[in-house]
Structures are given as structure tokens and as C-alpha cells.
Ligand binder design. Structure first.
Ligand code: FE
Length: 192
């Protein structure tokens, strides 16, 4: 089911125009994209319930829009109480817009082979805040629901079709990486 709210359609139109105009200029995409995403998550009245559903065990990633040319994708992340990702990278730029509840992101850098990874610090995101990540400056992190008693929701935009990209999860103790492809929680609906 496509998201049909005027607010979301406006966002997709404007973001498409942005990548049309500046697809190879990451700095420009991130700076204008941040404004567009802040506008989108600034009002929590447009996300269909279908894409706001938590799962008792796993955080959910619902594909809301995929650019036909794979230049960007928009995903709702739905965190059940206390849920978190493994440590992972993206390989493309990312914008993270907080809409409901709160998220905690911890950035990491790799240790020497066999050695532990180093934490680069923790950042809390509250509703209305947009954060960005770029593989040019390091994009390894672990994200968790800030709350252990309620659902949190953020809207992420990535510089590619993120559910189809081969990327990595990391072992914090040994800095060892493993390839993964995340897919989407609404996979059945996407592939029709
Ligand atoms: Fe991430």
C-alpha cells in the first residue's frame, strides 16, 4: 500500500527534485535533505498505522518509498521497547529523522584485527531532530530505542535502496565483519 498523505507526497517530490539537481553532490543532498526531513517528521500525523507497527521481537523497517532509479529510499523504523540493531554500516549516506519517542545512536570505529571496537560516543535523538551519516567520515553505529517501556519511530532516508545493499555487521569484541542484506519488513507487499 503506497503512502498517500499529501505531506509525504510533497516530501518525495521535493527529495526527487533535490537528487535530480544534485545527485552527485552529497553535501548539498544532506544539507537540503535535512531541512526536508525535519519538515516531514516535525508533524506526526501522516504515517499509516500499517507502517507504525512494532514486532514483539525485532525492530521493523518498512519501505515507504524507493526512488525508481535507486538514488534514495525512505524507510520507517519502528522500535519496540528496548529493541536495538547490531553494530552495522550503510555504505551510502543516511538521514535519520526522529518522529515519535526517542533513539540512541552509538558510533564506533574498527579496532585492529582481533581487537575490540572503540566507541566514538553516544547521541540521543528526540522528536523533530535530524541526524546524518556519511561513509566518507565513518558510518558504523548501533541504534536502539531510548525507551524500554514504549514504541519509538524514526524516518530514515538513504542514498540508495538500503534494503537491497550488501553491507556489514560487526562483532564489537573482535572487529570482525559479516556481510548482510537487511531487506524490508513489508517485503511481501513490495514484491507484490
Ligand atoms: Fe543505521
Amino acid at each position: 500500500m503506497p503512502v498517500t498523505s499529501p505531506r509525504f507526497n510533497h516530501f518525495v517530490r521535493e527529495f526527487t527534485r533535490l537528487v535530480d539537481d544534485s545527485s552527485s553532490d552529497e553535501t548539498q543532498v544532506l544539507s537540503r535533505g535535512r531541512e526536508l526531513l525535519a519538515e516531514l517528521v516535525g508533524r506526526d500525523d501522516w504515517l499509516p498505522d500499517l507502517y507504525a507497527q512494532p514486532h514483539p521481537q525485532y525492530y521493523q523497517q518498512y519501505l515507504l518509498h524507493a526512488d525508481p532509479q535507486d538514488r534514495f529510499s525512505v524507510v520507517s523504523f519502528v522500535w519496540g521497547p528496548g529493541q536495538k540493531t547490531p553494530i552495522h554500516n550503510h555504505t551510502v549516506w543516511a538521514l535519520i529523522g526522529m518522529m515519535r519517542g526517542g533513539e540512541r545512536a552509538e558510533c564506533f570505529e574498527l579496532g585492529l584485527p582481533g581487537q575490540p571496537m572503540q566507541s566514538l560516543g553516544i547521541e540521543d535523538l528526540n522528536p523533530g531532530i535530524v541526524d546524518s551519516l556519511s561513509p566518507r567520515v565513518g558510518d558504523i553505529h548501533r541504534v536502539s530505542n531510548k525507551y524500554d517501556d514504549r514504541v519509538s519511530i524514526s524516518v530514515h532516508v538513504y542514498g540508495g535502496n538500503i534494503g537491497r545493499i550488501s553491507r556489514h555487521v560487526f562483532d564489537p569484541q573482535t572487529s570482525t565483519r559479516k556481510t548482510f542484506i537487511s531487506g524490508y519488513s513489508n517485503e511481501a507487499e513490495i514484491s507484490g
